[in-house]
Design a protein around this ligand. Sequence first.
Ligand SMILES: *[C@@H]1O[C@H](CO)[C@@H](O)[C@H](O)[C@H]1NC(C)=O
Ligand SMILES: *[C@@H]1O[C@H](CO)[C@@H](O)[C@H](O)[C@H]1NC(C)=O
Ligand SMILES: *[C@@H]1O[C@H](CO)[C@@H](O)[C@H](O)[C@H]1NC(C)=O
Ligand SMILES: *[C@@H]1O[C@H](CO)[C@@H](O)[C@H](O)[C@H]1NC(C)=O
Ligand SMILES: *[C@@H]1O[C@H](CO)[C@@H](O)[C@H](O)[C@H]1NC(C)=O
Length: 808
Amino acid sequence: MGSSTLFLLLLISTLCHNFHHSSSFHLSVENLKEDVMVSSPKATFTVGFYAVGENAFCFAIWYSQSPNTVVWMANRDHPVNGKRSSLSLLKTGNLVLTDADQFQVWSTNTATSSKQVRLHLYDTGNLVLMDTSNVVIVALWQSFDFPTDTLLPHQPLRGSTNLVSSRSGNNYSSGFYKLFFDFENVLRLTYQGPRVSSTYWPYAWLLSNNFGNGNGNNGRSIFNDSRVVVLDDLGYLISSDNFTFKTSDYGMKLVRRLTLDHDGNVRLYGMKDGEDKWSVSGIFRPQPCLIHGICGPNSFCSYEPTSGRKCSCCPGHRWFDSEDWSQGCVPNFQLVCNNNTEQESRFLSLPGVDFYGYDYGNFQNHTYQQCVSLCSRLCECKGFQYSTSRQSGVNGQCYLKTRLLNGHRSPSFTNSFFLRMPLSLHDYDDSPINNGLLCGRNSGGVKVLERPYVEEKENELVKFMLWLVIAFGGIEVVCIFMVWCFLFRNDVTLRKEGYVLAAATGFRKFSYSELKQASKGFSEEIGRGGGGTVYKGVLSDDRIVAIKRLYEVANQGESEFLAEVGIIGRLNHMNLIGMLGYCAEGKHRLLVYEYMENGSLAQNISSSSNILDWSKRYNIALGTARGLAYLHEECLEWILHCDIKPQNILLDSDYKPKVADFGLSKLLNQNNLNNSSFSRVRGTRGYMAPEWVFNLPITSKVDVYSYGIVVLEMITGRSPTTGVQITELEAESPHPERLVTWVREKRKKGSEVGPSWVDEIVDPALGSHYDMNETEILATVALECVQDDKEVRPNMSHVVERLQSDEH
Ligand SMILES: *[C@@H]1O[C@H](CO)[C@@H](O)[C@H](O)[C@H]1NC(C)=O
Ligand SMILES: *[C@@H]1O[C@H](CO)[C@@H](O)[C@H](O)[C@H]1NC(C)=O
Ligand SMILES: *[C@@H]1O[C@H](CO)[C@@H](O)[C@H](O)[C@H]1NC(C)=O
Ligand SMILES: *[C@@H]1O[C@H](CO)[C@@H](O)[C@H](O)[C@H]1NC(C)=O
Ligand SMILES: *[C@@H]1O[C@H](CO)[C@@H](O)[C@H](O)[C@H]1NC(C)=O
């Protein structure tokens, strides 16, 4: 206790006064987890010891509001023991962290003869060790100069420093991704794995043009060697290489951060004052497979909204470590290398597959046969990429590969890769991707490496005793454990999950009686559909919420329910409805959402008294597209919505849209799993894509279709149908065709005359108060979204880009 007080005194006194360190101090971490914390003046940030594992602590800074969001760590790769570790300010002015009394794991490396040294945590999140003995205060050391994976507003990332991702979602040690300025003064993202490294942002061929992220960048400049990038409070990022980025909520004064996440993507997050949930308002690399290092050598990444991001071995290869995809695959065969090689190789086509980098050479004007013989003659050649030429009289070109790395398969990629194999190997299929059918959540695919922290300095005797106990107790423990699991299985998993969730988001469990009281006995119904009825409620802390009572989930266990709901609860995006918690008691299953003041888009479109003006409509279309793009492509768990309609787009007090009811199908269809054709159908007549009717594979393009219909409805004010919920598989096709055909025809006729066709389709209620140019863009995009062939519909991030480019 004595030492805890000392430490608190040190920090607190340094916050207010000058701290005179006339003698060195020493303090122990033992039992101080909660005590050794001090907040910045306005309590935005807290500094202290952060538990990163069993008995493992890091000296760190985190948001007081969101204690799981760590913004800086002193010793991320060397957590200290919970016993006999200490932080000391030495007489020399050096701040030192010592592990278990023995090793110095971290220090500020500062030295001063001054007697007035103070440590101050500012509200910007900067921890500064300063010398205040002179009139001019000198910063001896500051945490802003040593970022880990996060940049805070006004914290510059300079030439010599870099951001390094964490190893995984729950392991804070240094991972393999790095954001830094290279020797050419360009800000880059690189994967530096144990065996290979490669840069994946920006791509070399994009360096001199546009990055295509909708931010209107004009390429990078290599001539400015100041090498600095900084984010401001309003959401604007500017780098000395002329790269700029505006968050989608640019202009709002929010708590913000930029984090290089463990999946290798840079995301910009924002949080409203007083809340504890982060929204993603910007992302550097929207296509998840273009991040390198996900799949190791001889494998390729594919992204299917239904199955998420996954790695597949090339045919004839097997996993090096099936638990860790980043280790890649090894061949089951050996290529011989002699003068006869050409007769002993065959080439297997992998359509749509591309491997980035490691080219032996690029050979123009070569026929396929010429490429085959080039590759066959080269011992190192593992295969080649072949593309045909569009010019007549010119042959195609091939890229010979000496290593198969950064593999990526994309349906939009029309060329093939030709994999070299010994002639003796025959039977390999070349299409390893299959489509899942259920709407809902898909596992992210990337394995989270979880390794328990091992206490480093165990006493040998203790170790021996422990082994003895384990040896004798082992059998007994196994028996007890089995019985215990059998009896309490649900309960155990639940507690664990519940803990993780509560820690992660502030998402919580409510009791049934609490929600019954909040909703005054479920008296005020505000909506229906999506498997439940929604009621308005007021929580004990006066927060207004929407409570959804599900009716189809009776057979589901609480832990299963929580596993699904937890995934949804963890999604944060400003255009997705936020889930505050859930209740699972007996047969009751309820979900608690944030309350949307302006109800649903459906109520607003049909309202004749309060007409949605044009700019609101446009912003609703854009925001909805952003929410869906996030669900489909950007979040760590990809989700198909499968029931986009105006009833599921809710509007907050500023008419900002939030998509509701996503990810619920797994909860709702549990009872019907034995009837797959029945459970498969989900959606609402009028908004359903033709794939449902023709029993074709379901991809994220079903949401694109429904989105297109909703947009047409917003433009024209005409409903595609009466919006009946489909509750069973019907033989007749649900035809939204009338609205689509009508708009298509108007455009066809009108395009001969000019852009005035939009005048004819636009909602008469708007009068002349709309932007012709925007309407035309919106209608054109919507018509592309509702094409029958799902392949030619754009994906949601393209839609966002198109609409954004016209945003004023
Ligand atoms: C930087 O970008 C601005 C516009 O965004 C452009 O006018 C300027 O020429 C660029 N500078 C360089 C060096 O590319
Ligand atoms: C170099 O970048 C810095 C920081 O963005 C900027 O202030 C400066 O004007 C740039 N210099 C030139 C010559 O463009
Ligand atoms: C290939 O043939 C050449 C001469 O024809 C010979 O010198 C060389 O050693 C042979 N190489 C191999 C690997 O057999
Ligand atoms: C391409 O190669 C063919 C012979 O294969 C040749 O006739 C033609 O002129 C070449 N074209 C170019 C543009 O080099
Ligand atoms: C985090 O990952 C590193 C590297 O795999 C491992 O050494 C360490 O033990 C892990 N830490 C925790 C707390 O799991």
